[in-house]
Design a binder for this molecule. Structure first.
Ligand code: MN
Length: 153
């Protein structure tokens, strides 16, 4: 997975939005994860994992799976800077993602396996805990389409 925050920067007007400007982090990796509730035109959750100096990001239209075996569609979106894990607040009207961003859960994760089509992790959050897998779906041509699955602990 190539890391870039070019798209993130291009989509936003930093003179108007309070979202963080950012660059790819060179700091030692901390394995942060964050799940944000994003009340925009279509309310959804944003699931973000720190990987190689950026937050790899997926938009999840439904509730975060908490029980073993539950799975949710997760659409991969543009990489976000690490600083975004700290962001919450209002994105003003007329801007990309306009609406409210709230922190739903946050913590650290342990990477168990990573291939181009599969990421297995153990989340150490307050609400999202234990083993999860992100698997790129094969059934459609949209390469951004993944499933977030609560797997066996
Ligand atoms: Mn979002």
């Amino acid at each position: 997975m190539k890391n870039t925050i070019k798209k993130y920067i291009e989509k936003r007007n930093f003179e108007v939005t309070n979202e963080p400007w950012g660059s790819i982090s060179k700091e030692k990796k901390r394995n942060i994860f964050v799940i944000q509730r994003h009340l925009s035109r279509i309310a959804h959750y944003d699931f973000r994992l720190e990987i190689n100096g950026v937050l790899k990001s997926w938009a999840i239209p439904k509730e975060i799976p908490l029980k073993q075996g539950e799975k949710r569609l997760a659409i991969q979106v543009e990489d976000h800077p690490i600083e975004y894990a700290e962001f919450h607040g209002k994105i003003p009207k007329g801007n990309y993602g306009a609406g409210i961003v709230e922190t739903w859960d946050k913590g650290y994760y342990k990477l168990k396996k990573q291939t181009p089509n599969q990421i297995e992790i153990n989340l150490k959050g307050k609400k999202a805990k234990g083993n999860y897998a992100l698997i790129r779906t094969q059934f459609n041509k949209n390469k951004n389409s993944w499933l977030l699955i609560k797997t066996k602990d």
